[in-house]
Design a protein around this ligand. Sequence first.
Ligand code: MTE
Ligand code: MO
Length: 387
Amino acid sequence: STYEREPSRHPALKINSKEPFNAEPPVDELVRSYVTSVDMFYKRNHGPVPVLEDISLYRLEVGGLASNRCSLSMDAIKQLPKHTVVATIQCAGNRRTAMSMTRKVKGVGWGLAALGNGIWSGARLSDVLEIVGIPKYSRVSAYGGKHVEFVSVDKCKEENGGPYKGSIPLFQATNPEADVILAYEMNGEELSRDHGFPLRVVVPGVLGARSVKWLRNINIIAEECQGFFMQKDYKMFPPSVDWDNVNWGSRRPLMDFPVQCAICSPEDGSYLDGKGKVTVKGYALSGGGRGIERVDVSADGGKTWTEAKLAQGPKSGLGYIPDDDDHRDKWAWVLWEASIEVHLPADIVAKAVDTSANVQAEHVETIWNLRGVLNNSWHRIHINGTS
Ligand code: MTE
Ligand code: MO
């Protein structure tokens, strides 16, 4: 098979699909630390993990509607200023299994853990684009380029054996504050094969699908990328659209993710002893550079609410984890906890509000869509009593 040279993976990962390899960590692992370890970070692949025999032969090719083109070795990329961003990458299919329970959707099933918070280091995309003659804050290049396409080397069946690809608008790519980077390190270590070795794009605040791994080409293009994952996937349709009446051309590709929140501890269906206070823990995040304003938790199915305590994240002087309120959660999740009185059995519910006052849908049925993307409905778990 073409899956003979897959990397080894942590045995605790829950495998949703073996070939291609798609797996997520146990949920209680997620809230154990602000930064998700490389081992426990979800893996979402659409084909075999590429093998790069000789890093000295690697070249990133940058070209298209720009005045210059360039071919950069890894050494050349590492000579550009190194920039570090703490960003949560979340798959658009996170929580898909729960959406499928109300009405079947098509796609790999995922629980609550198709996301992770990483420390990503590499070159700024905006610095690389300057090399080919595109200045910072450009909306259109001198040759009419408006989008930046990222092309990989993996072989995906959705692309008929061709590589995975995607694009973002030129303005986002050339805006240094958008923090789009070409990462060669994750959590201070060399990027691992599963996560895109030797180089991946990290587009903070945007669904994981645009953070192309195993990057080979960057093309400046006039229209957004016409690849499968931009045009025939990762779009959100209304509940009235199903596979017999879907018109893919009628929707824009999904980019920023919406406000999201989930309970990771205790786990749904657990048994707890007697009655009293329970500590509930989870994560919350939003897209597009919006932070988390608050998290509300209920122990009675949503009748009454308690505000959760948001963890501040490490105020470590590490430099790259901003510790001011406006930037700490710009691209990264917030872990939260609440100590609440429960009368078992109980339905515990959590929902978040982002810094633009966006709220989550109460019921998953109202946001059902045929591909099962962006399930950000209120997260509900049921806890049983042991006595
Ligand atoms: N890039 C390539 N080349 N091939 C892929 O299959 N999957 C995308 C994105 N980049 C993918 C890719 C999707 S859908 C997601 S959610 C993230 O990578 C997952 O990143 P991770 O495996 O590092 O967690
Ligand atoms: Mo994804």
